[in-house]
Design a binder for this molecule. Structure first.
Ligand code: B12
Length: 210
């Protein structure tokens, strides 16, 4: 049994070896997809600890970078148990971290989980200009548009992107994700849905294409 609290603490303490040992053991125990999602949520909570220690001045940018590496490595270990991948394409999601924001760990988790659920994901990367979302949406009619961001300023960039998409006549469903998104920011941005949980995001997209 994976000790989720211990996993959160190990991520928060940046104990890479402990995290990898716990996750490798977990993957070998043949976990369910639900259990794998719980493991991701525990890692996400660990990143919140890292963020708090950074704010207090106990961690520095180098620690954030290392935390990013630990989490990316963790997701790679968990990927095989995140889902089997449907044979039929459920739909297309164009996905990117909005302009001004370089954080992509959460985006990549949502990407992996969406692909595991059978979606085709067009990943635009980080610091994505609104115009690139527009161009890619035009190339993929009927697609869902997913925007990620963890900086406070990402909310303004999301709003700008939604406005640019709407001005270009794109009427696909829009979902925003990342730690700072809330019901209020979703309304401010003009998106259709929001979430701070990748698994929930996948469910929302599945409902849209059902
Ligand atoms: C790792 C990290 C970094 C790494 C990022 C590495 C990478 N490849 O992403 C690096 C070192 C590059 C970095 C840089 C910076 N960072 Co930083 N970083 C973090 C940290 C510790 C973790 C972020 C993270 O990965 N969380 C874990 C993921 C899994 O969570 P998530 O993104 O919310 O994603 C989940 C869901 O939201 C959802 N999701 C995410 N996206 C999407 C999209 C869709 C469509 C859907 C459906 C779902 C979904 O799925 C995920 C899984 O459930 C946070 C602390 C925190 N509390 O968030 C600070 C934090 C975000 N960083 C911060 C800062 C200040 C910076 C820097 C300015 C530091 C500096 N002085 O240079 C730079 C900014 C660079 C820039 N322009 O973007 C601040 C932001 C403050 C603010 N209010 O804006 C934070 C909050 C730290 C803090 N407490 O001060 N950072």
């Amino acid at each position: 049994m994976l000790d989720l609290k211990a996993l959160t603490q190990a991520v928060g303490d940046l104990e890479e070896e402990v995290v990898m040992e716990m996750l490798n053991e977990f993957v070998q125990s043949n976990p369910t997809e639900q259990e794998a999602q719980e493991a991701i949520a525990a890692c996400q909570a660990g990143m919140a600890i890292v963020g708090e220690l950074f704010e207090k001045g106990e961690f520095f940018v180098g620690d954030l970078i290392f935390a990013g590496e630990v989490l990316t490595e963790s997701i790679n270990v968990l990927k095989p148990v995140l889902g089997s991948g449907g044979s039929a394409v459920a739909g297309t999601i164009i996905l990117g971290t909005v302009h001004g924001d370089l954080h992509d760990i959460g985006k990549n988790i949502f990407k992996s989980m969406s692909e595991a659920a059978g979606f085709e994901v067009v990943d635009l990367g980080i610091d994505v200009a609104p115009e690139l979302f527009v161009q890619t949406a035009k190339e993929n009619p009927g697609c869902i548009i997913g925007m990620s961001g963890v900086l406070t300023l990402a909310i303004d960039a999301m709003k700008e992107t939604v406005e640019t998409l709407k001005a270009a006549g794109i009427d696909g469903k829009i979902i925003i994700g990342g730690n700072p998104v809330t019901k209020e920011s979703c309304e401010f941005v003009g998106a259709d849905q929001y979430t701070t949980n990748a698994a929930e995001g996948v469910k929302i997209c599945q409902d849209w294409v059902a």
